[in-house]
Design a protein around this ligand. Structure first.
Ligand code: HEC
Ligand code: HEC
Length: 325
């Protein structure tokens, strides 16, 4: 049949058909949309997760303030210098993170993790009743204590303020609880997790007991700052993650033969690297930025270190130079 102008009823069945398909599609679309929001499909929300007195939201702010994403990924976003942190909390647990984050320049020893687990509150937060149980529940912690305890880590020591570590753990607890449907995929052969079953043996526990009393000796104010103390401090403060002790460039310039040399600065001037310059470079690195290096990368240590510690580090840097011998 063909339509002629003025024939009112001619297109009605077709139009009706099209309209009902449209209505059906719209209904399907709306239903699916509603479903996708319902209970966020069992998804946790940041306000449901807390650690100590802090919410995951508090932690997200700290995570952003320190630009952790500049080196790490969370659910695929961020950079690849450090490992992905989405499920970190489930692997290593809160006590290991409490021990690692405040002194990230090196990996925590079993003694350090055990010290956190002395507190009943930390046992409860970790959901265990003993250090041994902790290692079973968090195989990533057992693995790291076995392989990396006390070794240098390539994460800079960020010198957090009061409460910030707990806030970060709250955030990592949240990301670990997210249902990201299997992402990131499990690491395959040679992974950290595959050898874990064998790790938490008695030897580790014995080692922890043996070294529980070992704590770093404070730098004495009276005895004078020595290069040896400085050498230890540059590891403790994570400086060596960014600086080589010879003339090799890492994130920052190498320290070898720095003292006594002429340093070209980003503003086109040159400065003699004397003790005052070295001290100021540590206290306030952005005041005089070395040519060819970015400003704002090295953290300012002025409020983080004591005068004796600064003196000791400068003494150590001087000792790395022919001019200082
Ligand atoms: C300048 C880069 C950098 C920044 C910034 C940084 N990290 Fe890291 N982080 C690393 C690197 C590199 C490692 C791996 C260390 C290694 O294996 O020696 C690491 C390791 C870690 C680990 C241990 C991972 C593991 O499974 O062993 C945690 C947890 C961590 N970082 C958390 C953070 C948090 C939280 C922040 C922000 C407050 C942060 N990082 C900022 C570079 C960085
Ligand atoms: C996250 C990386 C990073 C860390 C951690 C770091 N630095 Fe730096 N440092 C740099 C960079 C980048 C520069 C060059 C830019 C500038 O001058 O600020 C630099 C510059 C310096 C200089 C001047 C070097 C020159 O050739 O004139 C000294 C001295 C120094 N750092 C010492 C330290 C000490 C000591 C620590 C630890 C207490 C430390 N740095 C921690 C990245 C870092």
């Amino acid at each position: 049949m063909s339509c002629t102008t003025g024939d009112k009823s001619c297109e009605t069945p077709r139009r009706r058909g099209a309209l009902s398909v449209l209505v059906l599609m719209a209904a399907i679309f709306l239903t699916l949309s509603v479903f996708s929001f319902l209970d966020s499909r069992g998804q946790v929300t940041p306000d449901q997760i807390s650690y100590k007195d802090y919410s995951a939201d508090d932690g997200k702010r700290i995570f952003q303030a320190y630009n952790c994403m500049g080196c790490h990924t969370i659910v695929g976003n961020g950079a690849y210098l450090g490992p992905d942190l989405t499920k970190e909390y489930n692997h290593t647990g809160p006590a290991w993170l409490e021990a690692f984050l405040p002194s990230a320049g090196s990996f925590p020893t079993a003694a350090a993790v055990r010290t956190h687990l002395i507190s009943p509150e930390q046992l409860k937060l970790s959901g265990v009743t003993s250090f041994e149980e902790y290692l079973e529940k968090y195989p990533g912690a057992a693995e790291r204590l076995d392989r990396r305890a006390g070794k240098v880590s390539h994460m800079p020591n960020l010198q957090f303020r009061e409460g910030e570590v707990a806030k970060l753990i709250a955030f990592l607890k949240y990301t670990a609880a997210m249902n990201n449907e299997g992402w990131p995929p499990a690491i395959q052969a040679g992974s950290l997790e595959t050898r874990v079953a064998k790790v938490h043996g008695t030897s580790l526990v014995a080692a922890a007991n043996a070294s529980v009393s070992a704590s770093p000796e404070p730098v004495s104010a009276s005895g004078g700052a020595t290069a040896e103390q400085g050498e230890k401090l540059v590891t403790d403060y994570g400086c060596v993650a960014c600086h080589a002790t010879d003339t090799t460039q890492k994130v920052g310039p190498g320290w070898g033969d720095l003292f006594g040399s002429s340093v070209p600065l980003a503003d086109g001037t040159t400065v003699k690297a004397d003790q005052a310059y070295l001290a100021e470079s540590i206290r306030n690195p952005d005041a005089q930025v070395v040519k060819g290096y970015p400003a704002g990368v090295m953290p300012p240590y002025k409020d983080l270190i004591k005068q004796e510690e600064l003196d000791a580090m400068v003494a150590y840097l001087v000792s790395l130079s022919k001019a200082g011998k």
